[in-house]
Design a protein around this ligand. Structure first.
Ligand code: BJW
Ligand code: ZN
Length: 239
């Protein structure tokens, strides 16, 4: 793995930098990824794209909660890794720094990132299926029903076939098209519209860098591919 002189120079002088992260940035913290690495996430025989779908919320909400309760419990013990910390340091290094994540684990915030655009929601929140009231479950136990209207709660995450939070993608797209340097870290770049952000950045003239131990559909469009683990590659930029 080699960082080009051009990239080092850009990193030293850039004003507007955007980082898009996926499950791979949390892999070294012990969070299983969705795809790649051989075995995909399965819950009680259901592949994750079945259990994490809008249909399943309609059909079997208790099963969805069981899967998300299990994952929250698992995440409680996990800590940010050097990749999360490097990205958190970068926020004070550039005039305009944008962090966009597909992750719902909250580890960027735990590492100190202040503004995180969460495209797929957050596993530590629940929201009412009727009135949309949100509940924080990081400190408190999950309520059984909505205190406002009494209706059922669901995880405040974006499942397959669901819309992203209003404005989140649009804001990220504006930042992507203004960026000079765009890092794509630990994502298989298969899930849209998130995977469209590096394409937007590239089309607007940004230098796009992928950080991933494996190749993705995006690799061939990137200006530079840094083949390696996020926690090992990202800290190298500060040397
Ligand atoms: C490392 C590493 C290390 C390992 N260091 N790297 C266009 C065409 C076809 C379909 C669509 C389309 N546009 C939209 C769609 C539908 C769909 C979609 O994209 N499907 C594709 C699969 C084809 N998109 C949606 O449904 C989205 N909604 C939407 O578009 O709304 C409008 C609409 C509505 C109705 C109909 C149509 C459109 C919503 C997507 C929501 C995604 N939700 C999930 C689940 C969240 C909840 C949960 O956790 O259960 O989000 S799916 C899952 O994938 C999760 C992730 O955020 C997301 C992305 O995965 P990610 O982060 O890339 O992880 P992996 O596991 O895939 O990859 C890990 C990578 O890390 C690998 O590359 C490794 O090599 C690497 N890695 N270790 C660095 N140490
Ligand atoms: Zn409600």
């Amino acid at each position: 793995m080699h960082i080009s002189a051009e990239l080092r120079e850009l990193f030293a002088g850039a004003n507007r930098v955007l980082v898009l992260t996926g499950a791979g940035v949390s892999a070294e913290s012990g969070v299983p990824t969705f795809r790649g690495g051989g075995n995909t996430a399965v819950w009680k025989g259901m592949p994750f794209d079945v259990i994490s779908s809008a249909e399943m919320v309609e059909r079997d909400l208790p099963a969805v909660w069981e899967w998300f309760d299990y994952r929250r419990h698992f995440l409680e013990e996990l800590k940010p890794n050097p990749a999360h910390y490097a990205i958190a340091r970068w926020q004070d290094r550039f005039a305009e720094f944008t962090l966009v994540t597909q992750n719902i684990d909250g580890l960027h915030q735990k590492a100190g990132s202040r503004e995180v655009i969460e495209l797929h929601g957050n596993i530590w929140r629940a929201r009412c299926t009727a009135c949309g009231t949100a509940y924080n479950m990081a400190q408190e136990k999950r309520p059984d029903a909505c205190f406002e209207c009494g209706d059922l709660l669901r995880p405040d995450v974006v499942l397959f076939g669901e819309m992203l939070p209003r404005g989140a993608f649009e804001f990220a797209a504006v930042r992507a098209s203004a960026s000079e340097l765009c890092f794509v870290v630990g994502t298989s770049a298969l899930v849209y519209p998130a995977a469209g952000l590096p394409e937007i950045a590239k089309a607007a003239g940004a230098y796009v860098v992928e950080v991933n131990p494996e190749r993705t559909p995006l690799s061939s469009q990137c200006d530079e591919v840094l083949t390696g683990k996020a926690g090992e590659v990202l800290p190298l930029f500060e040397r």
